[in-house]
Design a protein. Structure first.
Length: 193
């Protein structure tokens, strides 16, 4: 995690964590940081987590078949609308492609490893918070995945989507969608906190 800034609506303030504070985190500590990012002060935004997970799983599916690029030191940008009346408005985007390299018939296993770990962490957060312990048996349908064609429409290129190897979290109290409360990316993400 390259940093975190998240707006907490109950206190009308932002929580900031810098890159230096997040280096060397263990898995459970990283999970706590990510959970804090998706908590707006009133509680965990499960609707946003579900949307982000759908997008991340779709990206993972697309990148498992992509064999033309390695996304070295690229970043993953996560953004969501903090307005709780607008449920599940969230997106992901790959950014910072300065060191992306073309390859011949090679899967970017490091990128896929990082993306899989991020999906696992976010899934654990969602399951621990939203579904534990159920009072009555419930059926949880699997989340749908977006296709490579959908990624191409969103990102303009079938390969351009997200990189979790370097993660930074930011937010703003007011944004184009209402109240932005989340962004992940690297230090030069182009977003001013």
């Amino acid at each position: 995690v390259c940093g975190l800034k998240v707006y907490k609506c109950t206190t009308d303030s932002s929580l900031s964590i810098q890159k230096e504070q997040t280096s060397g985190l263990k898995k459970d500590e990283m999970q706590d940081v990510l959970q804090n990012f998706f908590d707006n002060g009133q509680g965990l935004r499960c609707d946003v987590l579900e949307t982000i997970l759908v997008r991340l799983r779709g990206l993972l599916n697309a990148l498992q078949t992509q064999r033309d690029w390695h996304f070295i030191t690229s970043s993953l940008l996560l953004v969501y609308d903090g307005n709780t009346r607008q449920r599940g408005i969230a997106d992901i985007c790959m950014i910072d492609f300065a060191h992306t390299e073309p390859v011949i018939d090679s899967v970017d296993v490091e990128y896929l490893y990082g993306l899989s770990n991020l999906i696992e962490l976010l899934t654990c957060i969602l399951e621990k918070t939203q579904y534990e312990p159920p009072m009555t048996p419930t059926k949880h349908d699997s989340l749908p995945c977006i296709t490579a064609a959908a990624l191409e429409r969103v990102f303009g290129h079938p390969c351009m989507a997200t990189s979790p190897r370097v993660l930074s979290l930011m937010s703003q109290p007011k944004g184009a969608l209402g109240q932005y409360t989340g962004v992940c990316g690297e230090s030069n993400s182009g977003i001013n906190p």
